[in-house]
Design a protein around this ligand. Structure first.
Ligand SMILES: C[S@@+](CC[C@H](N)C(=O)[O-])C[C@H]1O[C@@H](n2cnc3c(N)ncnc32)[C@H](O)[C@@H]1O
Length: 306
């Protein structure tokens, strides 16, 4: 039987040097399904064994991460109109890894939603992890993407060849209740990084929980810098339908003060401290992922101190 021999040149444009790199990356991502088919049905093809690992490296790692890396390294971005702008609002690389990891480890995560996109770092991390999944779709809610961030978040997604996102230009306190009414239980992961007040975060979490299916994950950023967010997380941790799924621990204590804070923030000391001191010395984590393990069936008068 005739079996075509696949060479790397067949898969790449002939004159790579004069092709815009984004164009190249986009065309490479179109080969993804071909590559998957090749790896699934190897007996039907003879192939150069060096090609597949290299191509999967290009398709799954090289396409988005250089953009993420360069944004973190330079802290600068070029807008669609050619302006050079500072990156000033973003999740850290470690937080990005956690977010990416939560999605990467669970192939059933396909429909994600995010509050607060800014320059697009968190959106890039989420979409990189989703890339290649059948039916993947990412919803972004951000009313100030154009006015405060020069459209850089969506510009970066386009630049990375990501075409499975939708941007809702509305405040989350208005957009989420509408979505929760129209599409309850249809999302697999919700990421909250919008307005950082206690009430906004609680509202975002409340409606996100309604959007999530059982087994879905709620990820909240910036719990260590913002007392309001930390309080919301303490409250949510008491929900019977939620279980802590992943936590990004704070950086190791290098100063004496941090050592003391960490010791006093541990569970034994925490249980002995009065409430006010407890708050002061709690050693916080910067990103928390909570899994929805059942429907939210709390009785009407439920409350647990937090
Ligand atoms: C800290 S930045 C987000 C950073 C982004 N998640 C990242 O890691 O790249 C906060 C974002 O929340 C958005 N935001 C502020 N108020 C909002 C609201 N009421 N609803 C939704 N998004 C809001 C801002 O426009 C901004 O993009």
């Amino acid at each position: 039987m005739y079996a075509p021999k696949l060479q790397i040149e067949h898969l790449l444009p002939t004159s790579i040097d004069c092709v815009d790199i984004n164009c190249l990356l986009r065309s490479l991502s179109e080969f993804k399904h071909t590559i998957r088919a090749l790896t699934t049905y190897p007996p039907r093809f003879q192939y150069d064994k060096k090609i597949l690992p290299r191509l999967s490296q290009i398709l799954y790692h090289d396409t988005v991460t250089p953009l993420i890396d360069s944004l973190y390294e330079t802290r600068k971005a070029v807008s669609s109109t050619g302006e050079i702008l500072d990156i000033h609002s973003d999740i850290s690389p470690a937080e990005g890894k956690l977010l990416h990891g939560v999605i990467a480890e669970d192939p059933s995560i396909k429909h994600t939603i995010e509050v607060g996109c800014a320059h697009g770092l968190s959106s890039l991390h989420i979409c990189e992890a989703l890339r290649g999944r059948d039916g993947a779709h990412h919803t972004i809610i951000d009313p100030f993407q154009n006015t405060n961030y020069n459209g850089l978040g969506v510009h970066h997604l386009n630049k990375a060849g990501i075409d499975f996102y939708e941007w809702v230009e509305e405040k989350s306190e208005f957009a989420l209740p509408k979505l929760a009414k129209e599409r309850p239980g249809t999302f697999d992961l919700a990421f909250i990084d919008g307005m950082h007040t206690f009430d906004h975060t609680l509202i975002d979490a409340f409606y996100s929980l309604r959007l999530l299916r059982v087994g879905g994950v709620l990820v909240i950023d910036d719990c260590d810098y913002f007392d309001g967010i930390d309080k919301v997380i303490s409250y949510l941790k008491n929900y019977p339908c939620l279980r802590v799924h992943a936590i990004l621990e704070p950086p190791p204590p290098v100063t004496l003060r941090n050592h003391v804070r960490r010791a006093l923030g541990g569970p034994i000391f925490q249980s002995m401290l009065p409430h006010k001191m407890k708050e002061r010395f709690r050693w916080r984590s910067s990103m928390v992922a909570l899994k929805k393990i059942s429907e939210d069936n709390r009785p009407w008068d439920w409350y647990a101190p937090f």
